[in-house]
Write a protein that binds this ligand. Structure first.
Ligand code: FE2
Length: 256
């Protein structure tokens, strides 16, 4: 007999692309993504929960449109949380904080790796953005980036290159490494720089991240990923980046 979850999944799959008009562009661009991620509305209860967005869906317009934000948060992020709850049901991870889960996960623990990473990446990402034109940072982290990369424009150029060059789905990051250095890196899929068993020498604390999965930009920008990356610089919450920098330095026992 079909359980509730299987029933819901089957029913939703049967009516998927026809019923969900806003997702047609996703369907055209990446059929696998819509089947796997957009049509599954069953949400499993568990220790991990979907955080609220700290602003309205339309707050980041014109840079990121309201529909993208609604689907990204309410469907994609929600799905990572739900799948993570199912994955950890019988594991010690269920009593850990998400940062601890991500830090401890092993490469072969695929479900926890993908969904745990997806949950933490998006939880951090929402807070790294904010409404209004933010301009380039001139505070503490701005000074450090100027020193490290030569200028904010040069930092931006290198970060953009990491985001553009990430093949397929993934993230571009600015991290603090265990030596207290600022490093630009990128990860595939939903890997997070805190996954020390996965990312090896690129291990560090993420202080700024950009989601370059198609689901983050396709409705507005279609295949123009560089345009989306350019728009990102207008909506960065630099206060949050500074806070993340302090948290990263503290984690690695470094003075700010
Ligand atoms: Fe995403």
């Amino acid at each position: 007999m079909m359980d509730k979850r299987t029933f819901l999944r089957t029913g939703l799959l049967a009516t998927a692309t026809a019923a969900l008009n806003p997702f047609k562009l996703f369907a055209n661009s990446n059929q696998t993504e819509i089947i796997n991620e957009e049509t599954f509305d069953f949400l499993a209860d568990g220790p991990f929960t979907l955080p609220d967005l700290p602003y309205q869906f339309n707050a980041l317009e014109p840079h990121i449109d309201a529909t993208t934000m609604e689907i990204h948060h309410g469907k994609h992020h929600a799905k990572y949380v739900s799948e993570l709850n199912l994955a950890v049901e019988k594991m010690a991870y269920k009593s850990m904080k998400i940062e601890q889960v991500v830090e401890a996960v092993k490469p072969a623990e695929t479900k926890v790796r993908n969904n745990g990473g997806g949950h933490l990446n998006h939880s951090m990402f929402w807070k790294m953005l904010r409404p209004g034109e933010s301009g380039m940072e001139t505070g503490r982290i701005g000074q450090l980036l100027n020193t490290k990369f030569g200028s904010m424009d040069k930092f931006k150029e290198q970060f953009n290159t990491a985001a553009t060059a990430r093949f397929g789905s993934g993230w571009a990051w600015l991290i603090v490494n265990p030596q207290g250095g600022l490093v630009i890196t990128s990860t595939a899929n939903q890997d997070n720089p805190l996954m020390k068993n996965v990312v090896g020498k690129d291990y560090g604390y993420p202080i700024l991240g950009l989601d370059v999965w198609e689901h983050a930009y396709y409705l507005k920008y279609q295949n123009r990923r560089p345009e989306y990356i350019g728009a990102f610089w207008n909506i960065i919450n630099w206060d949050e980046v500074n806070k993340n920098y302090e948290a990263g330095m503290k984690k690695f026992g470094k003075r700010v």
